[in-house]
Structures are given as structure tokens and as C-alpha cells.
Design a binder for this molecule. Structure first.
Ligand code: SF4
Length: 278
């Protein structure tokens, strides 16, 4: 028979419930602790939610993030699928700001695949040097230009299966281009999306492709691109890898990882960042 034990804890706005776990392993706690709203408004529930509850909570989190970041979009500057493809390759291991700072010069001098395929390597290296790994990146974008020119007549293809055949283009880059330049829904599993999806309990995988499938199964396809932006913006501004600002988090009330960072609102607010990757 199910037994729910309720305890009242001072400084909290309601009772703590101990909810029996089903199928508990020998030696493991047989109760999950369900906490009420604390003084910072968080509700912690470490019991595994049903599939329906998981989907509902996931979509609610996305709705809250959409309200918190109404202007969420790619923070890379681009005017065409080609430019987005190049700046996404350049954005590896650096900030969008640094890429935006060099891309104007790069595209002014080498506007399209034709010009970049024949570019002076040293000149390109010099232009993009501040983005790091500039020799490898120069090699990548020149090869990319040649491949787009030779195999796709100078036009960036709008299909995932074509994009991933281009040198240096994986699923992550392909989904960025599809979602933001072609309007084809895609989930971009970068470091932020992967980390947040695990904190929200949407996936346990660190493999981006497996995580992408787990996340995609929780949302309608049409929401995938904006969902990626919401998660990336939240990851950059609030839910950091180290020291997430839980006490100042708009989804703190329903986040199963609430408490991974400071829950004190004042301490948490100091961790918030105003803008994208610094
Ligand atoms: S900041 Fe804390 S409460 Fe907010 S999403 Fe991240 S782990 Fe959850």
C-alpha cells in the first residue's frame, strides 16, 4: 500500500513529502523526497517523472525560457547560408563576438565560395587569427569553399544529408545552418544544449546524436530551432557549466537540478551574465 509521509519544515512554504519509489534496488533509499517551494521559490522533486509528466515539464520549461529570452536567436552575424556556414565553422572553441569581429573583413575580401576557394591562405589566417586554431580553420573553410563550389555549384545545400558530407561540417553545424538559414527545424546539441538537457532530465547521453534524438522526442518538430536558441541563451546567461545561477533562474521552480548552483537570490544574481559567450 502506498504511504506518503509528510513533514513540515520551518522556512519552507509547505510540507516535505516522502514518496515511495517503485522497483527500488536493495540498499537504495526507498523514498524520493519531494520538497515544497522554498524561500527562493524552488520545488525539488527527485522522483522520476512519467513520460507524460516529462514532456509536459519540458514544454513548460521551453515556454518559460521563451518568455525570459524573447529576443533569442543566433548570436552570429550572417547574411546568407554561405556566411552562416563559414561563421559556424569559425565559432568552434571561441566566442560569437570574436567571430563577428573578423567575419566582416573576411566576407568583404572573400564574398563567396569562389573567392575563398582561391584565397591566399596566409591572408585568411591573418584575418581570422583572433578566433584561435586559425591555421586549421583556414584550411577548413578553404576546403569547404572548394567542396561547395565543385559539388553544389557554389550553393550551400539545404539538406542535412548533403551538408554533413562537406568537410568540417557535422550534425551540429548542419542543424545550425538548416534551422537559421533554411527554416528547416533542427536541434543544435552544443555544449549548452547537452548540459541543460541533462540537467532537465531530458537525456542521460553525452553523445550529441543520442541527446539530439532524446530531446527531439519531447517537442514538436516546429519548435526545435527556437528551443535550441532558448537553451543556448539560458546556458550562456544563467545555467552555466560551473556555478549555475539557480536562485535567479526563471525555471528554478520546476528544474530537477535546482540547487546545483547557489540558491540564494543575491548570490545567484551575481552569477548572471548579460550577454552571450564572453
Ligand atoms: S540554473 Fe539551476 S535551476 Fe536553473 S536550469 Fe540551471 S540547474 Fe536548473
Amino acid at each position: 500500500m502506498t504511504r506518503v509521509v509528510q513533514l513540515t519544515v520551518s522556512r519552507m512554504s509547505g510540507p516535505v513529502s516522502l514518496v515511495p519509489r517503485r522497483g527500488t534496488k536493495v540498499g537504495a533509499p526507498s523514498y524520493a523526497v519531494r520538497m515544497p517551494a522554498t524561500t527562493t521559490g524552488a520545488v525539488i522533486d527527485d522522483s522520476a517523472p512519467s513520460r507524460t509528466a516529462l514532456v509536459r515539464r519540458a514544454r513548460r520549461i521551453d515556454r518559460i525560457l521563451a518568455q525570459a529570452y524573447p529576443e533569442a536567436k543566433s548570436e552570429l552575424d550572417f547574411d546568407s547560408p554561405w556566411q552562416l556556414l563559414v561563421v559556424t565553422v569559425l565559432s568552434a572553441q571561441t566566442t560569437d563576438k570574436r567571430v563577428n569581429a573578423v567575419s566582416l573583413t573576411l566576407f568583404a575580401r572573400y564574398p563567396g565560395p569562389l573567392e575563398l576557394a582561391e584565397a591566399d591562405r596566409e591572408d585568411v589566417e591573418q584575418i581570422i587569427e583572433s578566433t584561435g586554431f586559425f591555421r586549421a580553420k583556414t584550411q577548413s573553410i578553404i576546403e569547404l569553399a572548394a567542396a561547395v563550389l565543385e559539388r553544389f555549384d557554389g550553393q550551400v545545400p539545404g539538406r542535412l544529408e548533403d551538408l554533413v558530407t562537406l568537410p568540417g561540417v557535422g550534425r551540429k553545424t548542419a542543424n545550425v545552418v538548416l534551422g537559421n538559414a533554411f527554416g528547416v527545424p533542427g536541434i543544435t546539441v552544443d555544449t549548452h544544449v547537452g548540459r541543460l538537457a541533462r540537467r532537465f532530465g531530458w537525456t542521460t547521453h553525452t553523445d550529441p546524436v543520442k541527446a539530439e534524438h532524446d530531446i527531439g522526442a519531447l517537442f514538436p518538430k516546429r519548435d526545435w530551432t527556437m528551443l535550441s536558441h532558448h537553451l543556448i541563451w539560458h546556458g550562456r546567461r544563467c545555467c552555466h557549466a560551473r556555478g549555475p545561477a539557480c536562485g535567479a533562474c526563471p525555471v528554478g521552480r520546476i528544474c530537477p537540478s535546482y540547487g546545483e548552483g547557489p540558491t540564494d537570490p543575491v548570490a545567484a544574481a551575481k552569477l548572471l551574465r548579460d550577454e552571450g559567450r564572453a
